[in-house]
Design a protein around this ligand. Structure first.
Ligand SMILES: *Cc1c(COP(=O)(O)O)cnc(C)c1O
Length: 394
């Protein structure tokens, strides 16, 4: 059967795999050999779902957005990941990975972070489990994301600055990989999106798949059918989107819509529109689409939303793009900011600016009056308040 899921070698079509230095091989191989078995264990699944319910606050509501639906002439539902503990979907994955790390007997956790959202989600679960946590973060990002740095410290994590290169996310990732190579026995590396070498993209997608599992049950109750006509999600690395799409990937009657950040415009040189601009290359151990110069140097991405500011996309999404299964849109800073303001005014929900990009698609493309459209509301806007203030002169 044709499938958009990962194959046994860790590929989605031509994308994915594990292109890693030999020194990393034992760590990645250990994970690859046991992640499916651990996740299939009933005891593991019970503990995961118990924490998702009582700690994260799942299931998150599937909310029928009446005023937004009226405005855009279709039936719009919002999957409220913004109501998760810590304010976004990222914690679904960090809960899953910390439980997995414990099963593997790991005593120490490392992570990389750009905007700090994944760092906070990781520091949170390390506090929950009493495990020491080191978060690598570019020096530039540490300076511009002070509240999240403070959160991580309050949660007991150590934030280690990455001082090389552009001193942003990719440099932090390089530092984390170096740490993991040096501490293969006792350390687990929690990657924050559906990126990195196999099995990370598949593992993270499976942890986030709780989103589409809940959408199915909730839609059945509200609409009498378990699938929407369209699913819309923003894509940085692609984890909230992968979670929203997961159970619908192979149901081609469900339209999959992925939304990237065009920054100041796709062709301005200040963008993160990876599918539009990217070419095949290898980033963080995975063969995927990425923004690069003619001689293969990774281009520094730009977006007003720190969480979409990544030069690649996960291999699942590269395949959805290349195969035509997914419909991809690029949304500018300005379009996203207006969409965020509109959601706040029409529904009383202030979204994260990453999420605002997904809502901007409603302006770009028509839907029919009978269409059931689910938008994954990946996170809340509290963290972005200063950006909204500066942008709109509030
Ligand atoms: C981090 C983040 C994203 C982007 O990450 P994905 O892995 O693409 O989901 C999107 N929305 C919010 C609210 C985030 O915090």
């Amino acid at each position: 059967m044709k499938t958009y899921q990962v194959d046994e070698n860790g590929f989605y079509g031509a994308f994915g795999g594990a292109f890693i230095p030999e020194m990393l091989y034992p760590n990645v191989e250990e994970l690859r050999n046991c992640y499916l078995e651990i996740m299939a264990d009933p005891g593991f699944s019970e503990e995961f779902h118990h924490l998702l319910r009582d700690y994260v606050g799942r299931p998150t509501p599937l909310y029928f957005a009446g005023r937004l639906s009226e405005r855009f002439g279709c039936r719009i539902y919002l999957k409220r990941e913004d109501l998760c503990h810590t304010g976004a979907h990222k914690v679904n994955n960090t809960i899953g990975q910390i439980l997995l790390a414990r099963r593997l007997g790991k005593k120490r956790i490392i992570a990389e972070t750009g905007a700090g959202q994944h760092g906070v989600a990781t520091a949170t679960v390390c506090a929950l489990m009493g495990l020491p946590c080191v978060v690598y973060m570019g020096e530039v990002d540490i300076a511009r994301q002070a509240p999240n740095v403070a959160r991580m410290k309050l949660l007991g994590a150590e934030v280690r600055p990455a001082r090389s290169g552009s001193r942003t996310l990719k440099d932090a990732t390089n530092e984390a990989i170096r740490d993991w190579i040096n501490n293969p026995e006792d350390t687990h590396y929690i990657i924050g999106s559906v990126v990195g070498p196999h099995p990370y993209p598949d593992m993270v997608a499976r942890f986030q798949a709780v989103i589409s599992e809940e959408i199915g049950a909730q839609l059945l109750e509200k609409e009498g059918r378990d699938a929407p006509d369209y699913l819309i999600a923003c894509v940085g690395g692609g984890s909230n989107a992968a979670g929203a799409y997961y159970h619908y990937l192979d149901r081609e009657e469900v339209g999959i819509i992925a939304v990237e950040a065009a920054g100041k415009g796709v062709h301005t040189g200040e963008s993160a529109a990876t599918s539009a601009l990217g070419r095949v290359g290898i980033i963080h151990g995975s063969k995927t689409l990425l923004m690069q110069t003619a001689d293969g140097q990774i281009t520094e991405p730009y977006s007003i939303s720190a969480g979409l500011d990544y030069p690649g996309i996960g291999p699942m999404h590269a395949h959805l793009y290349a195969s035509g299964r997914g419909e991809f849109h690029s949304i500018t800073d300005a379009e996203a900011m207006e969409a965020g303001r509109r959601l706040a005014a029409l529904e009383g929900i202030i979204p994260a600016i990453e999420t605002s990009h997904a809502f901007a698609v409603l302006e770009k493309r028509p839907f029919g009056p009978q269409d059931v459209v689910v938008i994954n509301l990946s996170g809340r806007g509290d963290k972005d308040l200063q950006t909204y203030i500066d942008y709109f002169n509030l």
